[in-house]
Design a protein around this ligand. Structure first.
Ligand code: 13P
Length: 249
């Protein structure tokens, strides 16, 4: 059986004071959670995350990374910088990066490959917009997003990534996909992974993201192909995040 993984994506939120309160609150309330837990923090706070979380069961990572190893890329952050602060995960291809920063499937695929090469675990986001869903294009969109990644990383590496299905219309809107709707896409994604590498596909974690909260998390994560959550808003309050971790355990 695949283990559950709950990841907080803080997005562009936080301050030294707020982060310390949030992270110590999470650590204090973690008890014996069975799910694996991680937080993806804004890059300037990786140092603080490492200081507070080192030696704890909570892993940490970043929300984006450059596909370039080093050099003249003003404003960018590279893999070795994430590693310098003990990062384990990096989110790539979040819909907010795709929408506001023009990230293409090809760039996301490149970042995924570079993260793997650096020994980080990329959390690769795929998902359709409302317009695309209503036009019946959901699977075409997520398949194209996943295809680019699979082509870049190869069949052997598919269980080295974490996949996250995040319907764009469910992000930050309070409109969650129903467990059945999410499961349908998750199952199709896993089928695609199976076609690539049947054995590894059983081990690839596929998270759901989009308005996951303590009160809907258990039903979503009870679905056979939903292996955890990528949490935005509810990851910013220790009690809510812990509620989701408990639901996953
Ligand atoms: P919300 O949980 O705020 O909907 O955000 C989901 C998300 O985008 C996580 O990456």
């Amino acid at each position: 059986m695949r283990p559950k993984l709950v990841v907080g994506n803080w997005k562009m939120n936080g301050s030294r004071v707020a982060n310390a309160t949030l992270l110590t609150g999470i650590l204090e309330g973690l008890d014996n959670a069975k799910a694996a837990v991680a937080v993806c923090v804004p890059a300037p706070y990786l140092f603080q995350a490492e200081e507070i979380l080192k030696g704890s069961p909570v892993a940490w990572g970043a929300q984006d990374v450059s596909c370039h190893p080093v050099g003249a890329y003003t404003g960018e952050v590279c893999m070795t910088m994430l590693q310098d602060f003990g990062s384990r995960y990096v989110i790539v291809g979040h819909s907010e990066r795709r929408a506001y920063h023009g990230e293409t499937n090809e760039l996301v695929a490149k970042k995924t490959g570079a993260a793997l090469a650096a020994g980080l675990t990329p959390i690769v986001c795929v998902g359709e917009t409302l317009v695309q869903r209503e036009a019946g294009q959901t699977m075409a969109v997520v398949n194209a997003q996943l295809d680019a990644v699979l082509e870049a990383i190869g069949a052997q590496a598919i269980d080295k990534i974490v996949l996250a299905y995040e319907p764009v219309w469910a992000i930050g809107t309070g409109k969650t996909a129903t467990p059945a709707m999410a499961q349908e896409v998750h199952a199709a994604l896993r089928e695609k992974l199976r076609a690539c590498n049947a054995e590894a596909a059983e081990n690839t974690l596929v998270l759901y993201g989009g308005s996951m909260k303590p009160d809907n998390a258990a039903d979503l994560m009870a679905q056979p192909d939903i292996d955890g959550g990528l949490i935005g808003g509810a990851a910013l309050k220790a009690e809510d995040f812990l509620g989701i971790i408990r639901a996953a355990s």
